[in-house]
Design a protein around this ligand. Structure first.
Ligand SMILES: *Cc1c(COP(=O)(O)O)cnc(C)c1O
Length: 371
């Protein structure tokens, strides 16, 4: 009950997640995938959309796999009744091995050293693993010349169930980058040396899936595309996929100020005429980036207005000129109001970053609502 109160009245700034649109996105992707398995990465609180509600919808919509980055994310999913396969993508430490297996989490083997640690852990059950091959990202993954030795080791120990083999692109966002072709070649070279009969081969993230024909591999790992946050024009049917993430708040204060009034820390913003300044209870302490201070915009009463001056930790000011606004008017910082829209991509561009970072930055002070 307390939680309910918190969500409704304690902090009037919230993220609205349209789960129906999410379902539509999944259905569009699934239809196009055909027999290829669909893995949804839900790391970092499902790209800020809320781990559990997103995972529940994914399970209902018969997504084949979830991927997380850490043991703790995997445990949260299992404890909330998620039963579909979960792959923990990030590296693990030896003391996590038994929990990974206990919670029926699949995990990644990138070295012989880790494989041996698993074997010496006195396993109560099979360890379901995916072998990661490094074809050019150089983050995790075994080098090609040792991957085959690890493969043989995994196949020769009955405690391992090798479920998949995968690699990850470094430059898939750039369709013509020469690394892409090279990575595919190296991955294929490795696959040709092993028996892939019952193995899930997977290589594509969202950019790779959209940019290249990789239908010969058995699974895809589509995060950004599933969340409708790709920052390029997409071909059909992907062009029907939409973002379902909105960031909203309520006007908490307003006042009229004279021409030449200096607003907020540092007095960097100076009003050009008699103006109304509206205060909104959101700031970088919620994850709304301070780099939007000089160039951000918000929607109030179906008009776009500039953020006035430096964004504070908990509040920001908006110059609405001589327009009307009143306490408790809805403020849209991301999403649609009337015919206008501010997208995650717009904001990422202004902050010189990528959409991933924008949606991941909002913390738990911003309540997620699933209307
Ligand atoms: C996060 C992640 C993905 C998903 O990437 P998108 O660009 O969001 O589709 C795929 N593979 C790995 C290994 C990842 O870490």
């Amino acid at each position: 009950m307390l939680m309910d109160l918190t969500q409704k009245i304690w902090h009037p700034t919230w993220i609205e997640i349209d789960l129906n649109q999410f379902r539509k996105n999944i259905q569009i992707i699934k239809k196009k995938l055909g027999k290829t398995l669909y893995c949804l990465p839900v790391k970092a609180n499902a790209y800020g959309h809320g781990l559990i509600p997103i995972a529940k919808v994914a399970q209902e919509e018969k997504i084949d796999y979830l991927a997380v980055s850490s043991l703790s994310e995997g445990i949260k999913l299992r404890e909330e009744g998620i039963t579909i396969p979960i792959l923990v993508l990030g590296p693990f430490h030896d003391e996590q091995i038994l929990s990974l297996i206990d919670y029926d989490l699949e995990f990644v083997i990138s070295s012989l050293y880790k494989a041996k640690q698993v074997i010496s852990s006195n396993l109560p059950k099979l360890a379901k693993v995916h072998l990661e091959v490094d074809t050019g990202m150089h983050r995790t993954g075994a080098k090609l010349n040792t991957a085959q030795e690890i493969y043989s080791y995994l196949k020769s120990h009955s405690k391992f169930l090798l479920k998949g083999v995968f690699t990850h692109f470094a430059c898939a966002f750039d369709k013509v980058h020469p690394s892409n072709e090279k990575q595919i070649q190296l991955f294929d070279q490795f696959l040709s040396r092993i028996d892939t009969t019952n193995l899930l081969t997977h290589i594509a993230n969202s950019d790779a899936h959209v940019n290249f024909d990789l239908a010969k591999y058995k699974m895809v790992r589509l995060g950004l595309l599933s969340f409708g946050l790709m920052d390029k024009k997409l071909p059909p049917p992907f062009n029907q996929i939409k973002s379902f993430f909105s960031l909203k708040s309520l006007v908490s204060y307003f006042k009229a100020v004279e021409k030449d009034s200096k607003i907020s820390y540092g007095h960097n913003y100076i009003t050009k005429s008699l103006s109304r300044i509206v205060t909104v209870p959101i700031g970088y302490g919620d994850g709304y980036k301070r780099c939007l201070s000089q160039n951000g915009e918000v929607l109030i009463r179906e008009k776009k207005h500039p953020i006035a001056g430096t964004i504070c930790m908990d509040q920001l000011m908006v110059d609405i000129g001589l327009n009307d606004a009143y306490i408790k008017d809805e403020v849209v910082l991301i999403g649609q109001q009337g015919n206008l829209e501010i997208t995650v991509q717009d904001i990422a561009l202004k902050c010189d970053t990528i959409p991933y970072e924008i949606v991941c930055s909002f913390n738990e002070r911003v309540v997620r609502k699933y209307p």
